[in-house]
Ligand binder design. Structure first.
Ligand code: PLP
Length: 394
């Protein structure tokens, strides 16, 4: 799913233009830049997609998540509920704020179960972070309902699902804040980059200042002469990434359509072989970056995986994924039941993830690319056939 697949002259032109104008900083030099602000154009294109009031481009998806948590005021010792099936960055963002990650269970779509999240709410809970994994949305109606019921902000990790939607609304723009990633492994990439969304002017102000050392950005003042608000960090994006982002978002519909077309073929073939695709909350909004099938047992998933490999196309069993499943993170396990900035952490030992394990150990997945040849697709279909024969016999 790496977006460099679709790089062409457009990206070269966009980058060359920034370099030729020698205007690489997104802020300042207002009188010399001829009114050209590429990072701002990227933000404008992003918020047009989500319909959000504000979009802030930052240096990565991880930076977007940290900025969102800081923007809503997450403090040391606050609890943030999230899912054990996510890229490690979601949890790193919580820990970077010295907040305590609290893990819910996952539902049949493999995303955070809103019902399990509700049971974990305490007076210390200051955010809920559903993650849209492997192309498909979490149950956003349930999460926005939960947020309203308990007055807790919902921070959507949509880092993997730029271009996805839930009931007609773009992912990243549904929660109180949302984050996108454009890292080198994403369907659309700018090298490294992210975008964080919100509709709340106060949250946006806090995020905008935080991501750039507290600068209160204003075109009335040149760089360094503006006001300062609190402490921050440097999560700025450059004009190079901004220019690449404008091109990336213009290619988004075509990229997602190609992925959906490939996934449809693979899913239909899988169903014909008796396989059960992962159910999703909104089929139409799936960005189709992965084809996931759920086997009846963990043993069947192992048999499937071995037969698929034998047939020439290996697949992953999600429970084995070391970067995307909290059970495997030693540093997290070591944080179990410790005093963490005034809050006692939960157990993060492998046993704590038994519910997720039951589902993830039965889930097999194939990653898809935007430009897949019919031979590539056929290879996966052959693997599905071999896997289904081995795993579903009897
Ligand atoms: C679910 C999820 N959250 C956050 C991130 C972090 O994004 P980045 O790599 O841009 O920091 C990723 C990236 O893989 C991700 O998949």
């Amino acid at each position: 799913m790496a977006g460099t697949e679709i790089f062409d002259r457009e990206e070269i032109k966009a980058v060359a233009d920034v370099i030729e104008r020698r205007m690489i900083h997104r802020y300042g030099s207002h009188s010399q830049r001829g009114g050209i602000y590429r990072a701002e154009e990227f933000e404008a294109a992003a918020k047009k997609i989500t319909g959000s009031r504000y979009a802030l481009a930052v240096s990565s998806g991880t930076a977007a998540l940290i900025t969102a948590l800081k923007g809503i005021g997450i403090k040391a010792g606050d609890e943030v509920i999230t899912t054990p099936f996510t890229f490690i960055a979601t949890v790193e963002a919580i820990i970077a704020c010295n907040a305590v990650p609290v893990f819910g269970d996952i539902d049949d779509t493999l995303s955070l179960s809103a019902a399990s999240a509700e049971k974990l709410i305490t007076p210390r809970t200051k955010a809920v972070m559903p993650v849209h994994m492997f192309g498909a949305a979490a149950d956003m109606d349930a999460f926005t309902g939960l947020g309203k019921k308990y007055g807790i902000p919902v921070v959507e990790d949509a880092c993997e699902t730029v271009g996805g939607s839930y009931k007609g609304r773009a992912l990243g723009g549904i929660g109180d804040c949302g984050a996108w990633s454009f890292d080198p492994n994403k369907t659309l990439t700018v090298g490294e980059g992210g975008v964080v969304f919100t509709d709340d002017p106060d949250v946006y102000f806090a995020m905008d200042c935080y991501h750039d050392h507290g600068h209160i950005h204003s075109k009335e003042h040149d760089r360094g002469a503006e006001g300062k608000y609190g402490f921050g960090v440097n999560f700025r994006i450059s004009e190079v990434q901004g220019a690449l982002g404008v091109v990336a978002l213009s290619k988004m519909p075509e990229a997602v359509a190609a992925l959906r077309c490939t996934k449809k073929k693979i899913t239909e073939a899988g169903v014909a072989f008796g396989l059960k695709p992962r159910p999703v909350h909104d089929e139409e909004g799936d960005t189709a970056t992965h084809a996931v099938f759920i086997l009846p047992t963990a043993a069947a998933a192992r048999e499937f995986s071995a037969a698929a490999k034998e047939a020439g196309c290996g697949c992953g069993i999600i429970a084995d994924n070391t970067w995307h499943y909290a059970k495997h993170w030693k540093a997290l396990a070591e944080m179990s039941e410790k005093d963490f900035f005034g809050t006692k952490t939960r157990s993060y030992l492998p046993e704590a993830f038994a519910g997720a394990d039951e589902k993830l150990s039965r889930a097999v997945m194939f990653g898809l690319n935007i430009r897949m040849s019919s031979e590539d697709t056929d290879k996966i279909i052959k693997a599905l056939e071999a896997g289904a024969k081995a795993a579903l016999r009897g």
